[in-house]
Design a binder for this molecule. Structure first.
Ligand code: KDG
Length: 315
């Protein structure tokens, strides 16, 4: 029996082994990348039972991604290998100056052909959380419809729906993104934006006001990730803040939001308070930033406990 189901695209991510523009790079290291699957991996490492719904190409990279997830303990029974469309690919460029760039080769990928027919209502039975993100509606209209249908199925099964806006302006323009994501958010229970995403969605630059504006759309709980300022949760009659963990060095910030979501959800699954769940989210998010891949830094439950004994974190 699964306790969390997530839905989204996972790609192969080829990370440049040296710094510089991709045109001058000769070697890449193979990783996996995909926000909602990253969250599933994080939850499995923390001792939960996640499943992941998606489509991958019936190709070498699709088999690699599926086998990787299976090896991490994520259920892949609802992953379809598509013989007609390929697994998406992303490249990560490393620059000594400026931000790291992620370059996608994912248009027409198998996941962009996700459709409501990929959903099995029985897969949501007994599940406590369904997690998805704003990347899917940007991939295609059928992927958007799949998200909406999955939210309905999750609610019918009694699960809460958590949603990370994951604004990716390389996939669509800001106005369309805002309009579509506000429509999806209205159907969700818990929304986990970064501060900049909360501002894009609401026009409010103050994170607390932005959180309240998102709550006004429907969700009962909004959790805003504030980077070096930690995180805050706004629920009915409650505002809770948790400080960030101090990191000596950030190796790669990509994937921190997914780590945060896994840690926060793990706290909620354990019945912890909002404050404790935020602190675990901050810890797992910080761990994700300590390595170059998205998922390699996600800690196991044993590693969380070791970190807790050396740092002032929840429990
Ligand atoms: O959340 C980290 C993601 O940005 C990365 O894994 C790739 O899902 C991804 C995307 O679509 O950008």
């Amino acid at each position: 029996m699964l306790d969390v189901v997530s839905l989204g695209e996972m790609m192969v991510m080829l990370v440049a082994t040296e710094a510089g523009p991709l045109r001058s790079i000769e070697t890449f290291r193979k990783h996996v990348a995909g926000s909602e699957a990253n969250v599933a991996i994080g939850l499995a490492r923390l001792g939960h039972r996640p499943g992941w719904i998606s489509r991958l190409g019936d190709d070498e990279f699709g088999l690699y991604v599926r086998n990787f997830l299976r090896g991490e303990g994520v259920d892949v029974a609802r992953v379809t290998l598509d013989p007609l469309h390929p697994t998406g690919i992303a490249f990560k460029e490393r620059r000594e100056l400026g931000a790291r760039r992620v370059i996608y080769y994912r248009r027409g990928s198998a996941a962009s052909f996700l459709s409501p027919a990929d959903l099995d209502p029985g897969y949501f039975e007994g599940v406590r959380y369904f997690h998805t993100s704003g990347i899917n509606p940007a991939l295609s209209s059928t992927a958007h419809e799949t998200v909406l249908a999955a939210i309905d199925l999750a609610h019918r099964a009694g699960a809460l729906v958590t949603f990370d806006p994951n604004v990716r302006l390389r996939l669509w323009d800001a106005d369309t993104c805002r309009q579509v994501l506000r429509g999806v958010i209205a159907r969700c229970d818990v929304v986990l934006p970064g501060a900049d995403e909360a501002e894009l969605l609401t026009g409010e630059s103050d994170p607390l006001r932005a959180a309240e504006a998102i709550r006004a759309l429907g969700p009962g709980l909004v959790v805003v990730k504030l980077g070096a300022e930690g995180s805050l949760a706004a629920a009915e009659g409650q505002i809770v803040r948790a400080p960030a963990l101090r990191l000596d060095r950030i190796v790669d910030p990509v994937g921190a939001g997914d780590g945060f979501a896994a840690g926060f959800l793990s706290g909620q699954l354990r019945g912890w308070s909002l404050a404790e769940s935020l602190r675990l989210g901050n810890l797992v998010g910080a761990s994700a930033m300590s390595v170059s891949g998205d998922v390699e830094g996600l800690p196991t439950w044993t590693e969380v406990q070791e970190l807790e004994s050396t740092r002032d974190v929840a429990r």
